[in-house]
Write a protein that binds this ligand. Structure first.
Ligand code: PLP
Length: 400
């Protein structure tokens, strides 16, 4: 007979490894006891300056008072009441209206989901339904989520291969490549790209390429989808990443900062396209919890705080401060679009060692899926100039 482990004698780290499904052989495993503003606090009394903001989620900082108040207020009124789309839930309506007000007029209809990956899947279904076409084009080195649909779009063989067979009908080409534009034809339902490629290590689109891509999609009746899940909500210095390039998609994907720290995603398109989800079949996309009233109330409070505190407007100056301070023989390049930044080092080992040393000095960083030579910087947009100076000082000390 196998003996059961003695759970009573296990500490929280062992229980975490035993009972919470693990996806990494070496999780960071800090035991977070609270988070506030730009800091995380752990059970050893340590205070970490957060340079990744929950991976581009906490744009207004951790536990923004306005977000917490909105959560409490909504929680006292009602939580889940009915599956998506049947009852009028005022937090959903109000947030959809606010988003539509700040998006171009052609993006006026919001489908709220639970996560970014679900927004990706919903958008692909919408593109196929609206065009009646089968094919999808995505990019090498792209990341749109980990559900089977979103994973099928993913542009890296290592990460997707173990889960085959994937969704058929997908072709991948390089971001910024003329081949991608040439591949669009009358069978292409949609082209999906990240407005700024994040997991590839912060790669910007070439503006002319983006304009030509828009032109070819319009000419062929193909829907253009921009994934703004990581670069939306002021991270690049404008509310939406696509504002830098003057190109408007047919569908935009939102997530991460959308919920103000609560789980929320969305795909946003025109009312005309969205109507195709209401018949033949009815309930063209279904979710029980998508657009949860507490998440919508939190997200709306977060977006209002972001706008009123003019956090996006301060991004360019903070980005420049990072650039001016991150100078070191071991740093090969610093790529950025606003406060979405990649510090390129010699090797993946060098990245991991630096992350570990920084953590010991209470500075919290992360890495990228498809750019193992790079350290990720995506702090809360509320990070102060003094905190940036402190973060860069520690980083340089830890580079060896
Ligand atoms: N799209 C992009 C660009 C992302 O960075 C992510 C998550 O990292 C997703 C989609 C998927 O979002 P989620 O993890 O909420 O499913």
């Amino acid at each position: 007979m196998r003996l059961k482990p003695n759970f009573a004698s296990m500490n929280i780290r062992q229980l975490f490894q035993q009972h919470v499904a693990q996806t990494s052989p070496a999780p960071i495993a800090l035991n977070i006891t609270s988070a506030s503003g730009n800091y995380l606090f752990d059970d050893n009394g340590k205070k970490y300056l957060d340079l990744i903001g929950g991976i581009s989620v906490c744009n207004v900082g951790h536990c923004h008072p306005r977000v917490v108040a909105a959560i409490k207020e909504q929680a006292e009124k009602y939580l889940h009441v009915m599956v998506y789309g049947e009852l009028i839930q005022s937090p959903q309506v109000a947030y959809a209206q606010l988003l539509a007000k700040h998006l171009p007029p052609s993006l006026d209809c919001v489908y709220f989901t639970n996560s970014g990956a679900e927004a990706t899947d919903g958008a692909i279904k919408l593109a196929r339904r609206a065009t009646g076409r089968p094919d999808i084009i995505s990019c090498h080195n792209s990341y749109h989520g980990a559900t089977l649909g979103a994973l099928s779009l993913m542009g890296d063989e290592y990460w997707r291969n173990a889960f085959r067979p994937l969704m058929p009908g997908i072709r991948r080409h390089y971001y910024n490549s003329p081949e991608l534009i040439a591949a669009i034809d009358s069978q292409t339902a949609c082209v999906i790209i990240e407005t700024v490629q994040a997991e590839a290590g912060v790669i910007e689109p070439d503006i002319k390429w983006l304009q030509q891509l828009r032109g070819k999609c319009t000419e062929t009746g193909t829907l253009l989808i921009f994934d703004e899940i990581q670069c939306g909500f002021g991270r690049t210095g404008k509310l939406w990443g696509f504002e830098h390039y003057g190109v408007i998609p047919d569908i935009v994907l939102l997530g991460k900062a959308l919920g103000g720290g609560m789980p929320l995603g969305a795909f946003v398109s025109s009312h005309m396209y969205m109507q195709t989800l209401t018949n033949n079949p009815v309930l063209g996309h279904i979710t029980t919890f998508g657009g949860h009233p507490v998440s919508c109330a939190a997200g709306m409070a977060g977006m209002e705080a972001l706008l009123e505190e003019q956090l996006g407007e301060q991004v360019a100056e903070k980005e420049q401060l990072f650039h001016s301070l991150l100078v070191h023989p071991s740093i090969k390049a610093v790529r950025s679009k606003g406060l979405l930044m990649a510090i390129e080092l010699e090797s993946p080992d060098h990245v991991m060692q630096t992350l570990q040393h920084c953590l010991e000095k209470e500075l919290f960083f992360d890495w990228f899926l498809f750019a193992p030579n790079c350290i990720r910087i995506a702090p809360p947009l509320t990070i102060t100039k003094d905190e940036i100076k402190e973060a860069c000082k520690i980083t340089l000390e830890c580079l060896i």
